[in-house]
Design a binder for this molecule. Structure first.
Ligand code: SDX
Length: 373
């Protein structure tokens, strides 16, 4: 059998959670188009949809909302440990470590029933935003405040991040839509990592920890941080063209562009582009949007490349006043719901995921004792 580099086009699982149509540029969560969900839904409703396969009725949504609201606090020993982490630890390292640590304080950690997995998924989805916000407070010597159970995920994150300042409505709405857009994307690298881990019948926290470590890479979720780094480095609209052309001449990868599955525009990018423009106009600072727009045109014209979800999310988060190294953790705040949906789906119909490699090393060597080598 030929080796398929990067498992491109390999169908590695059956799933009823999400469809990415790379030819038509469509993204479907459980039968619903992402455009419809981004326009009309909320992140919590999408979490319910991903986990339970259908949109909730009022009391189902209320229950999930309440359970998320009641689960946002972190165990005190975990907060104490975080206070002892080196202040320069990057937020994705902290998130990976603390997500793993949480299992030691979770009464259901090694409990395998479906109900226990839903409880763990709920707690992880509620706690991950708290970890990210608290870490930013701890490293910057800001006060830690208690989560408010009435907040939704977006509001809670911003409230904790800004040490108790009530977030404004536009910021909450923008982040809520960004969370909907990032929640799920079938067998992307981090979700695949989660499913491989779950396939061994290990626990949910272990599978999520594998996923967080995988999301961190710049070819995956780490790209959004690289995008803003580039925008800041370019600095001005009139410098965009020479900078991007030089990047292409030097055969460098343009972060936030290209995709393994989409051959046309990533449908999420359209929403984030619109949001980036609106936030820029609202703040009277359209420079980041305009620069992004120019880069998008050049990438298309020079290389036929389309931007992906990570490109405009960068200027959106920047306009929301969020620090650069929190961009990838925000991706995780949302994607935790998709990871949990896939982990639960994997458990339901599990078979160990264990492909093979094509051996290209030496054969038939004779062992030589160490003093004779
Ligand atoms: C995410 O999989 C998912 O669903 C992921 C995701 C999700 O929601 O989970 O959508 C989120 O991870 C988005 C991707 C974020 N990463 C980046 O923005 C990093 C920059 N992009 C690339 O490195 C790249 O496009 C990947 C990693 C996203 C995809 O890699 P592939 O499918 O292995 O493609 P490739 O690197 O083999 O590229 C194919 C060709 C090459 O040219 P040739 O050698 O054939 O001439 O396209 C070129 C590449 O050089 N190319 C790029 C490019 N992306 C592809 N050239 C310059 N800049 C780029 N960004």
């Amino acid at each position: 059998m030929p080796v398929i580099s990067g498992l491109e086009d390999v169908i590695a699982a059956e799933s009823s959670i999400c469809k990415v149509d790379g030819e038509k540029g469509r993204l479907i969560y459980r039968g619903y188009d992402i455009d419809d969900l981004a326009e009309h839904s909320t992140y919590e409703e999408v979490v319910y949809l991903l986990w339970f396969g259908q949109l909730p009725v009022r009391n189902e949504l209320d229950r999930l909302y309440k359970e998320l609201g009641a689960s946002r606090k972190l165990p005190q020993p975990v907060i104490n440990a975080m206070k002892n982490f080196p202040k320069e630890a990057v937020p994705m390292e902290v998130l990976r470590t603390v997500a793993s640590m949480l299992s030691m304080y979770d009464a259901d950690a090694n409990e395998k029933s479906e109900e226990a997995n839903v409880r763990k998924a709920t707690r992880l989805t509620a706690q991950i935003p708290t970890i990210v916000a608290y870490w930013d407070c701890i490293r910057n010597d800001r006060k830690l405040v208690e989560p408010k159970p009435e907040h939704n995920t977006a509001a809670s994150f911003l409230h904790l991040l800004h040490s108790g300042k009530e977030p404004d409505e536009v910021a909450v709405k923008s982040l809520d839509v960004a969370l909907i857009l990032h929640a799920e994307h079938e067998l992307n690298a981090s979700t695949f990592a989660a499913r491989v881990a779950a396939g061994t019948e290990t626990d949910m926290h272990s599978a999520v920890t594998a996923a967080i470590g995988t999301l961190k890479g710049p070819l995956h979720g780490g790209a959004n941080q690289e995008v803003i780094k580039m925008l800041i480095e370019i600095g001005e609209l009139d410098k965009v063209e020479s900078y991007i052309k030089k990047m292409f001449q030097d055969h460098k990868k343009l972060m936030g562009f290209g995709h393994r599955v989409y051959k046309v525009q990533d449908p999420r990018a359209a929403h984030l582009r619109k949001m980036s423009k609106a936030l820029g106009e609202g703040a009277g600072e359209t420079k980041w949007y305009e620069m992004s727009n120019k880069i998008e045109q050049l990438a298309k014209q020079e290389k036929g490349l389309n931007c992906n979800v990570d490109f405009y999310s960068a200027s959106v988060y920047y306009m929301l006043g969020i620090e650069r190294d929190l961009f990838t953790p925000i991706f995780a705040i949302s994607r935790i719901s998709g990871w949990c949906a896939h982990i639960m789906e994997q458990y339901k119909n599990n078979r160990l995921i264990r492909p093979e490699s094509e051996y290209i090393g030496k054969m038939d060597l004779k062992y030589v004792p160490i003093d004779k080598r």
